[in-house]
Every structure is written in structure tokens, then in C-alpha cells.
Design a protein. Sequence first.
Length: 281
Amino acid sequence: MKYALGFFSAVCFIGSIIFIGVGLHTMYTYGLGILGDYRGHIVKGDAFNFIIIANRGIGWINIGIISSIIGSTLAILAKGLPEGDTKRCPFCAEIIKAEARVCRYCGRELPEEAALEEATEASEEERRKLFLAHVKSVIADLRSSISPGFDEDERSIRFRYVVSHRRLRQLSGLTPEALKRVNKNLAAWLTSSNVGVKLEMRGENKFVGNFVLIVDKPTTIRFHGKLPPEAWVTYGYLRVNGEQSASQLKEALGERGMEWLAKLEANGLVEKVDDKFRAKT
């Protein structure tokens, strides 16, 4: 496409030179054809024929000007298209060769693609919005009759759930492009933060994703009885988000969230500090 636009641009420029030349030649030539027999603006006082010839010449010149404008437009479009295997420099946004290691425009060393993807970090707000969307998806999935369920052992509890990308976008307010980016970043961030909560993506297609949310149980606290899975989801939410007030938890998890919070508090898994709740580890 780039070369085709460049070719037609050159044709238009050559055509504009020819048209303007023909126009000037016509204005200074008197005769029936392009090449007349006499020279001069007014030949033998024939002003009428001079007007006809002048208008004809101006018409050719106008065609040449239009052709040059078209050629310039095509040249600009061709310049903006990538040439072969190319990419944009992440620092100056200029188009460079795909295999380039140093940008020839700004001179900066280019990061590897994997490192560049990792460097495109999500903001903390994006991560927390998406994590809450996953928490709500897990709770909704637990209430479903077709829920894949969860696995629990002495060390952790693993929630398996399937959620549509559309649902995650609705709950988090992220765009489709941001959702894919923040999902990967969220999983890496949870792992590196060492908060006792992990997110694994087991598979996805255009419409849904298959996830596993893992919540580590506290190792230094002995709790009584068996907690409902929703309470463990709430516990994981507190571990990721830190101290939360009752109103914040109610806004995030609804009325049922307060019930699960009460169960966690009764089992010594959360503590209240200055009207805020914090997960014990």
C-alpha cells in the first residue's frame, strides 16, 4: 500500500508539471491544436481568439495544480504508513524497523517486547477495580447452580469460576483493551505483592475467561468450625485492600458482606482498628 501510494503520488507530480507546461504553452500559442502556428498574446488584433486561448491555458494550469495537490496528499499518506516489518518507538513514537535495537530518531535503546509489556503497568486504581470485579464474580459463581466450585485444604482455598469479559468490563468500568492488560498485570501484581491472594488464568476465548482465585489461610490463627466460601472471599478482599471501613465493605460486597465479615471477626480472622477492619495473617 505504501509503495502504491508513492507511485501514484509521483505520477500526479509528473502529470502536474506536464499540465502546467501545456497550459503555459497554450496561452502563448495561437492555433487550433496544442502547437499553434503563431506566437503572441494577441495575433493580428484577434482579441476574441486570445480570450479563448487564455481560458484554455488557464484550464490546463488548474488541472496541473489539482494534480499536484492530489500528489502531495498521497505522499503524506504514504509517509504515515509503515514500511515492511516495522514498529513504533515506545519513546518518540516514530516508525522504525521491527528488528531495531536502538531508535534512529531519539537514539534510545529499545526494550525487549516482553519487558515492554511488563513495563506497561496498570494503575493501582485499575487493579483494585478489576480485583473487586473478580471478587464479585466469584461470589456470584458460588451462588450459581452450575458453579465449578472450590477446593479447600489446610493451607488455602481455591475458587474456580468462569466469567465473561463483558461482565468483568461492566463491573470494573475498563475498556476491552485495558481489561486484557490489567488482567495480566493484576495476576503478576498479586503474586509479587505477597498478600496471600493469587489469580490464575487457566484459559480464555473471545467471550469468557476461566480463572482460579487462590486465598491462603492464615498460618498462625486457629479458627473454629468451617467458614462459608464467601467469607474466605471477603477475607481475601481484605488482605488485598488493607484496612476497610464497614461502609466501604458494604459498598463493595453488599449487605451479605457484613454477614461474612461478622463470621470472620467471630473466628478471629479480622480485627477492628479505629473503626476499620483488617485481615489477620
